[in-house]
Design a protein around this ligand. Structure first.
Ligand code: PLP
Length: 455
């Protein structure tokens, strides 16, 4: 007989993971090394340490150590908002009239409103430990900038955020949360960096892009004594820190002897998905268990489902190392009508390699359907989800409805990465029936594939 399963499965504090899990250690074929954009040779620790904190650069390059101890100070910070609950979506199951059991791991239970804080605190910690004065970064939608501001405030580090100008103007409240935590927020492109001035001169009145903000943040870090650059997704160090999501989820499932059948996550740069699936994929790699894993991406920015697996620049400014990944080309810019987040042109090299080896599938969904799923979920489960997270909700609902046909009692687990309170302009468009779906044409993709570096 099945044990009665509570609405929320919480771990006790002492059951929280004490180590992060590096899934690369258990991969027979490892992700390809990242390359120096100047020499196109594998990046050395020394080179990487010029941009990133040394400990983080080490984590980035380490594909043999399976477990990294989580330092006590980070564990204590985690305890303020973790363990995050694994919720049994009883109300959604009832609404869908499905025999499937649906679970979601909720990461929106902190002020930043997303999983980004899990890595922000780790990155800020290593910067502090190295004796740095501060860090620089970019933010698009604002979740990463908020998370990093919180982490830096806690550790008394200076935090400089280059925020994409249109987002700076459209999301004044995100900006003010960051400033309240003491961060310096600059709309990008700015006049305070060389690259910013150049872009402003070339494109007067531009509202900016993530690629440009990255280049500004990197320049700012290189130009100030005691500063390094940090990034909230895509990198393997970020995926490592986010493994706390999967480790907790697995511990919670194990506590009630639940075996997940299908695991679903949304994929932008791949950090939450990679973190959620890491321990499960680890079991698959060792032949201990089998799972169906589905990455969900927007149809308007379909890196896994329509991209190519190749070396590409991680940023439009071409200052960061190159990574081999599923990519649409660093020149790809999703349609302006796309409101659902997950706008990144590439994908974590670990998620890309696992996808290439067949450990996960990918599906793309259109944004109107995503917002419909978000609304269905909000109505019965109470939480107003982030548009990004709602990609996973959409596919979880689809899978649960399939179970209604097949009468399968599957266990479906998905990652609910955050809340959507700062995304009300997107919800407004949806509520007003003004949301459009956009799917890039083959022609458009061909054009941006042409920007791929030849190496
Ligand atoms: C940043 C973000 C994502 C996408 O980033 P990944 O690196 O792909 O996880 C998804 N959901 C929320 C709420 C986010 O803030």
């Amino acid at each position: 007989m099945r044990q009665e399963i509570p609405y929320k499965i919480y771990l006790e504090e002492q059951e929280m993971p004490k180590q992060w899990y590096n899934v690369r250690a258990d991969m027979k074929k490892k992700p390809a090394p990242i390359l120096n954009p100047g020499t196109l040779k594998p990046v050395t620790l020394e080179e990487l340490s010029g941009i990133f904190c040394e400990e983080l650069a080490k984590q980035e390059l380490d594909d043999v150590t399976a477990c990294f101890d989580i330092p006590d100070e980070i564990l204590n910070f985690y305890k303020m908002y973790r363990p995050s609950p694994l919720v049994r979506a009883y109300c959604l199951e009832k609404k869908l009239d499905t025999p499937a059991h649906i679970y979601y791991k909720f990461e929106g239970n902190n002020t930043s409103g997303s999983h980004k804080l899990n890595s922000a605190i780790a990155q800020a910690y290593y910067a502090k430990k190295q004796g740095l004065k501060g860090v620089t970064t970019e933010t698009g939608a604002g979740q990463w900038g908020t998370a990093l501001s919180m982490a830096c405030a806690y550790l008394d580090l200076d935090c400089q955020v280059y925020m994409v100008k249109c987002s700076y103007e459209q999301k004044p409240f995100r900006r003010e949360v960051m400033r309240t935590y003491g961060a310096h927020v600059t709309p990008s492109p700015s006049m305070s960096t060389e690259v910013g001035r150049k872009i402003n001169a070339e494109f007067p009145g531009t509202t900016g892009s993530l690629g440009c903000a990255i280049s500004e943040a990197v320049e700012a870090a290189m130009g100030q004594e005691g500063y390094r650059y940090v990034l909230g997704s895509v990198l393997t160090q970020v995926l490592l820190h986010q493994s706390v999501i999967g480790l907790e989820a697995k511990a919670a499932l194990d506590k009630y002897n639940i075996k997940a059948d299908t695991i679903i996550g949304c994929a932008g740069g791949g950090s939450n998905l990679g973190g959620l699936i890491s321990p499960f994929v680890g079991q698959m790699l060792k032949g201990e268990a089998d799972y169906e894993i589905i990455a969900v991406e927007p149809a308007s920015c379909p890196s896994l489902t329509r991209g190519v697996y190749a070396y590409d620049y991680c940023d439009t400014g071409k200052v960061c190392p190159l990574a081999k990944m599923y990519t649409l080309g660093s020149g790809f810019i999703p349609s302006a009508s796309h409101a659902g987040g997950l706008r990144y042109h590439g994908m974590s090299s670990v998620v890309s390699e696992l996808y290439d080896q067949g450990y996960l599938k990918a599906r793309s969904v259109e944004q109107t359907e995503v917002f419909k799923a978000a609304q269905t979920f909000a109505k019965v489960e109470g939480i107003l989800p982030a548009p990004e997270s709602s990609h996973a909700i959409k596919v979880a609902i689809d899978e649960a409805l399939k179970c209604r046909e097949t009468k399968e009692e599957k266990n479906i687990v998905f990652g609910l990465t955050g809340t959507g309170y700062f995304d009300m302009v997107a919800y407004q468009r949806f509520n007003d029936g003004e949301m459009a779906d956009y799917i890039p044409t083959e022609e458009e993709l061909k054009k941006s594939f042409a920007t791929l570096p030849k190496c």
